[in-house]
Design a protein around this ligand. Sequence first.
Ligand code: F6R
Ligand code: MG
Ligand code: MG
Length: 362
Amino acid sequence: KKVTLSIIKADVGGLAGHHVVHPDLIATATRMLSEAKESGIIEDFYVTNVGDDLQLIMTHYRGVDSKDVHSLAWDTFKEATKVAQKLGLYGAGQDLLSDAFSGNVRGMGPGVAEMEFIERTSEPVVAFMADKTEPGAFNLPFYKIYADPFNTAGLVIDPKLHSGFKFEIWDLIEHKQYFLNAPEDSYDILALIGTTGRFTIKRVYRKDNNEIAAAVSSERLNLIAGKYVGKDDPVAIARAQSGFPALGEILEPFSFPHLVAGWMRGSHNGPLMPVSQKDARCTRFDGPPRIIALGFNIKDGKLIGPTDLFDDPAFDETRRTAQIIADYMRRHGPFMPHRLGPEEMEYTTLPQVLKKLEEKKI
Ligand code: F6R
Ligand code: MG
Ligand code: MG
């Protein structure tokens, strides 16, 4: 029997700006998912937040893209939106882009990462959740985890990893897909995924047996809505150990706070700062972009844990470096490359400003 792990998230309102989820929304989601667990739609769940994004982590036996599970998530976000409206929270319901739910949350606003697999005797998984950035933020760290032997010792040492991984890459603009193998297609993979706003790693498989290793959300809200509606604060899942990268190999690339797009008004590059659950709140310049990692074991479809993986002094220096980068980037003010380039700014409110300027053109 295959178990499915689904993370479905949405921003349905923030306390005091686009900053953090109000506890009442967490309580509402917890109540809804408890009822669904009771009635057997899902096996287990964990509700949390990173910044203003409400995160539903669920296990079930209904497969990926399950209508029942997606409807449950949608109804939960709707219910949480009602609470957000009642409390006057900021941006209530902001990620629910459509009123007509058709059985799948994809393309409707919420972000989704899901994978189905046969549970191993011990099944360690990591749930990554980020705020104030986009799915392409996972390109660099996931390349390192599955293709860089300087990050993942197992690629060299462990015969189970030695043949490498297959990358499923999505072109979010042309809606095309690529399947490329590492190490042999590494340079091709990099040629694509270096363009983080367009190409994203959607899934990774172990090459020798096609076993799913990782999944990333790929929603880009502005491409769905055709205008700026907030960033696409991504989530991802990675399976760890015995034939997959070790837990520490999965976390290692996040020790480098690489520059990602997002931050203030979804319009700036800034460092991705790994934080503990308690620090998953966006303050400085609505950021800096933050990511949390929760570790679970899945046992008989139940979620054992979590453990708050970045709540650790081992990431203190990364956080310090991130502050230094944040200072450095901020000093550019409205200038590129702190502010994003024109093709990304197309989906912000900047074009409205530029349009008015047309009148002054001579
Ligand atoms: C970024 C984000 C925030 C808002 C900013 C302005 O993803 O959500 O940085 O863009 O706070 O928000 P509004 O326009 O709602 O006042
Ligand atoms: Mg928001
Ligand atoms: Mg957010």
